[in-house]
Design a protein around this ligand. Structure first.
Ligand SMILES: Cc1ncc(COP(=O)(O)O)c(C=O)c1O
Length: 381
């Protein structure tokens, strides 16, 4: 078995001492990189031996797919080539070589409730016979809107296909209403491929584009401000210029390890955003794991907008954004439906019948109170 020779990624770094923690002390000791290289090679050979069919498919895929994968980040998973999946059910999947896995990734929460939940599969199988996308509302969309109202206590809802888009549309609405150019995000947040969010700080705290940010449309310093989560002083300074349309925040940061809010932080965030006329968008895409109404319902948050995607339709592309009565009225007041260029908030397939059927079935039968009771009990020890 020959390992691929032109695999584009290799072990980075020289023999610089790397810090590690021992008995609560930070120690430095040079890593034995030669030994590491040997171990990695052994693992790669074993990986190759156990995944011959995946390797074969990868070779074929490289002739038609850039990098041999549908999305470039898939090549960055561990192993010298990607595993090709065959099928998935519940918490398990199998690959094309017949290896079976417990899936701790679960589609990065897209399959949070397990792969192919029965109720969702049944609903989409039925809906698919009756039409997939029409650019017209289906009655079930009202059921979904009413259910979202009940869970998140926000009166109005709109649909998108991805959480990225839900965030982008909420940001557009916030900018449209306030007329303000900037948004504020937390350092190393992730809200999907929303251009404005790829901003960080250098060691002196000066904002800069995230290193290796691929092809930013515009320097994110022109569109965004960035501060550390939990820093109330920095929040007030950033908002006090009154040029920030919205703060886009996960209620708990989940994409840079997990950073919980300090006690009182959410109160301060709400108070200061109100004080300076900035909208607060809470992105529940991952924190929906907290409960049926996400972190927002379980901790009594009061966002102006709430966004959510990924697990909402059991893995079928679907996302939502909801907002308050005040937002709805302010937006309507600033809108002339006949004259507006509404193309920037949209998506031809958004709210399609298949997504709506999947959302309804998932909310009704999968992401239920009982599911959360069971799932949370399993995580508590
Ligand atoms: C908090 C959060 N919001 C939004 C997104 C974007 O989701 P999508 O890639 O489905 O647009 C992600 C993706 O990981 C996320 O973690």
């Amino acid at each position: 078995m020959v390992a691929p020779t032109d695999y584009p990624y290799s072990i980075q770094g020289g023999d610089k001492p790397r810090p590690y923690i021992k008995q609560n002390k930070i120690m430095t000791q040079p890593l034995n990189r030669t030994h590491l290289e040997t171990l990695l090679k052994q693992e790669e050979q074993l990986f190759h031996k156990n995944h011959p069919k995946s390797f074969e498919l990868y070779q074929r895929a490289r002739k038609s797919l850039h990098g041999g994968v549908p999305m470039l980040w898939m090549i960055r998973w561990a192993g010298s080539f990607p595993i090709f999946a065959k099928e998935a059910k519940g918490a398990h999947f199998t690959d094309v070589d017949g290896n079976s896995y417990i899936d701790f990734c679960l589609g990065d929460t897209g399959a949070m409730t397990g792969h192919a939940p029965e109720a969702t599969v049944k609903a989409i199988t039925e809906q698919i016979q009756k039409g997939i996308t029409l650019m017209l509302p289906f009655e079930d969309v009202i059921w979904v809107g009413e259910e979202l109202q009940r869970r998140f206590k926000l009166p109005y809802w709109q649909f998108a296909l991805t959480a990225t888009d839900a965030n982008r549309f909420a940001l557009r609405m916030a900018r449209h209403i306030t007329g303000r150019p900037k948004i504020l995000v937390f350092n190393y947040c992730y809200h999907g491929s929303v251009d404005e969010t790829f901003i960080t700080m250098d060691e002196e705290g000066t904002p800069m584009s995230r290193p290796n940010n691929m092809g930013p449309q515009i320097d994110p310093r022109e569109t965004s401000k960035v501060i550390e989560f939990n820093d109330i002083g920095a929040l007030e300074t950033a908002l006090s210029a009154r040029d920030v349309a919205a703060v886009l925040a996960e209620p708990v940061m989940t994409n840079i390890g997990i950073i919980h809010p300090k006690p009182g932080y959410h109160d301060a965030l709400r108070e200061l955003t109100r004080k300076y006329g900035t909208y607060l968008i809470i992105d529940e895409t991952h924190t929906i794991s907290t409960g049926p109404g996400g972190y927002t319902a379980s901790h009594g948050l009061q966002p102006d907008f709430l966004t959510l995607g990924k697990p909402l339709a059991g893995g079928v592309p679907a996302a939502i954004y909801g907002f308050t009565e005040e937002v709805s009225q302010a937006f309507t007041a600033k809108l002339s439906v006949e004259d507006s260029d509404v193309g920037g908030i949209g998506g031809t397939l958004a709210g399609n019948a298949l997504s709506i059927a999947a959302m309804k079935a998932t909310l009704q039968n999968v992401l239920t109170e009982e599911f959360y009771t069971k799932a949370i009990a399993l995580q508590t020890f």
